[in-house]
Design a protein around this ligand. Structure first.
Ligand code: HEM
Length: 186
C-alpha cells in the first residue's frame, strides 16, 4: 500500500529523470488521491511497526533470531546460495545473509517513517529535515528507502517461492517449536 501509493505521489514530481510508474502499479488515479491512500495506510504501518519493534525488543526475539552475525557464516551462506544449496531444514533458524537482510529491512522501515514524518510536516519536524540536509534530501532518502524495501521484497519473495514451506510458515505464524527438554510443543 505504501509503495503503490508512494509511486502515485512520485509521478507528480519525479526524482529520477525519465522514471515514471505506470497506472497498473500505482494506488490512486492521481497524486492527491495517492497521497490520501499513503496517509491512511501510514497509520497501519506505524502502529503495526511500533508493536513489532516493542515485541521484538521486549521478548528478546530480535537478539535471539538476528544476532550474532559472523563474517565466516556470511561467506559460507553466500557460497552455498550461489551453489543453490539453501538450507531450510529448520525454518526458525535464520542464516547469516537472512539476518543481515532482515535487519536492513527493519532499518529501512524505520527510515521511511522518520523521513516520511520530515516531508509530511517539514515545519513541525524541521530538526529532522535538517538531519537530511533539507526537504529535497529527506525526500531523496524517503525514495531510496523505498528502493531498498522493493529490492528486499523482490529477493525475499523469490527465495520464499523457491522454498514453498516458508510461505505457509509466514502466513500461519511459523512451525510449532519443541520446547527445549520438554516433550510437548509451544
Ligand atoms: C509514517 C510513514 C510515512 C509517511 C508519514 C510518509 C509520507 C510521505 C509524504 C508526505 C510524501 C510526499 C512527498 C512529496 O510531497 O514529495 C511521501 C512520498 C512517498 N513515499 Fe512515503 N511516507 C511514509 C512511509 C512510506 C513507506 C513505508 C514507503 C515505501 C516503502 C513510502 C514511499 C513513498 C514514495 C515512493 C513516495 C514518493 C517519493 C516522492 O516523490 O517524494 N513512504 N511519503
Amino acid at each position: 500500500m505504501m509503495i503503490g501509493s508512494g509511486w502515485g505521489i512520485y509521478n507528480d514530481s519525479v526524482i529520477v529523470h525519465g522514471l515514471y510508474f505506470p497506472q497498473a502499479v500505482r494506488i490512486g488515479s492521481w497524486a492527491a488521491e495517492s497521497l490520501l491512500w499513503h496517509f491512511a495506510a501510514m497509520w497501519v504501518l506505524a502502529l503495526n511497526g511500533l508493536a513489532y519493534l516493542i515485541y521484538g525488543f521486549a521478548t528478546g526475539r530480535f537478539r535471539e533470531r538476528l544476532l550474532p552475525i559472523r563474517v565466516a557464516d556470511v561467506i559460507a551462506t553466500v557460497r552455498e546460495t550461489l551453489l543453490f544449496k539453501i538450507a531450510h531444514d529448520d525454518l526458525t533458524v535464520y542464516n547469516a545473509v537472512q539476518k543481515i537482510l532482515y535487519i536492513v529491512a527493519i532499518l529501512a522501515g524505520v527510515l521511511q517513517v522518520i523521513t516520511g514524518l520530515a516531508i509530511w510536516k517539514p515545519v513541525q519536524f524541521s530538526g529532522l529535515v535538517e538531519l537530511f540536509g533539507g526537504f529535497q534530501g529527506a525526500r531523496l532518502a524517503h525514495f531510496l528507502g523505498m528502493a531498498v524495501l522493493v529490492g528486499f521484497l523482490a529477493v525475499h519473495v523469490t527465495l520464499a517461492l523457491l522454498v514453498p514451506q516458508t510461505i505457509r510458515a509466514m502466513l500461519t505464524g511459523g512451525p510449532r517449536l519443541r520446547a527445549p527438554g520438554a516433550g510437548g510443543s509451544r
